[in-house]
Design a protein around this ligand. Structure first.
Ligand SMILES: CC(C)(COP(=O)(O)OP(=O)(O)OC[C@H]1O[C@@H](n2cnc3c(N)ncnc32)[C@H](O)[C@@H]1OP(=O)(O)O)[C@@H](O)C(=O)NCCC(=O)NCCS
Length: 192
């Protein structure tokens, strides 16, 4: 079963994972800065990543998308190559809430893909004919001002802070808890 539809924006196309995404998923976990900024301290084998990509769409309680380019030429997509991932996990159907995470390969950061990918996922998350969620939350480390400013500009509100919850080299980092509620989401202002 494939969970979650394709979501098409101006820059980014979000689609379910396919086995061919293993290489790029492996690249994501090989990027030290991405691992640091997402607070991922675990290390993975290539076999673990291949298995994860293979069955991620069938895992309950979550919707995962590969981020690809939306650019078309002569009506055909120029590339189907994944360059990032975005996920709604910790789905709670009673509370109508979920958690959001995303990560882009280094060459694709700072080009607007993250903003648009979040907008597409929130649109689906809050839509009555989508997941009809009430709340989407996330956490961001205080060593990641780019991500925090992006989330605030999209409409996420800071709710609190887990102090010194992550070890960043020889220092501690706090996790900032943020959320956005369905009535706070303004789609027109956020999708480029
Ligand atoms: C965080 C991340 C998903 C954001 O996606 P992105 O495509 O790079 O972000 P965008 O280009 O859409 O927007 C970035 C915004 O931050 C701003 N920004 C860029 N660098 C910044 C910095 N050092 N400090 C503050 N803001 C910064 C940009 O000006 C832009 O704002 P704008 O849209 O108003 O111009 C992406 O950079 C990424 O994958 N980073 C590594 C992993 C990570 O941090 N994941 C999130 C963990 S919570």
């Amino acid at each position: 079963m494939v969970r979650g539809p394709q979501l098409l924006g101006e820059l980014a196309r979000l689609r379910p994972f396919v086995d061919a995404d293993v290489e790029r998923a492996w690249d994501l976990v090989q990027d030290p800065e991405g691992m640091r900024l997402t607070g991922t301290s675990a290390s993975f084998t290539r076999e673990q990543i291949a298995a994860w990509v293979h069955d991620v769409q069938e895992r309950p309680g979550r919707y995962d998308w590969a981020i690809t380019s939306a650019v078309q030429r002569d009506g055909e997509l120029v590339s189907d190559e994944m360059f990032g991932e975005i996920v709604l996990n910790e789905l709670d159907e009673d509370a109508r809430s979920a958690n959001l995470r995303l990560n882009l390969l280094p060459n694709y950061r700072g080009r607007g893909y993250g903003r648009e990918a979040i907008g597409l996922v929130l649109g689906y998350a809050f839509a009555a004919d989508g997941l009809a969620l009430h709340r989407v939350s996330l956490d961001v480390l205080d060593i990641n001002p780019r991500a925090q400013m992006l989330y605030e500009s999209i409409g996420f509100t800071v709710e609190g802070r887990l102090r010194e919850v992550y070890r960043d080299g020889d220092r501690w980092a706090d996790a900032i808890m943020m959320s956005i509620l369905e009535h706070e989401w303004e789609p027109d202002g956020d999708i480029v």
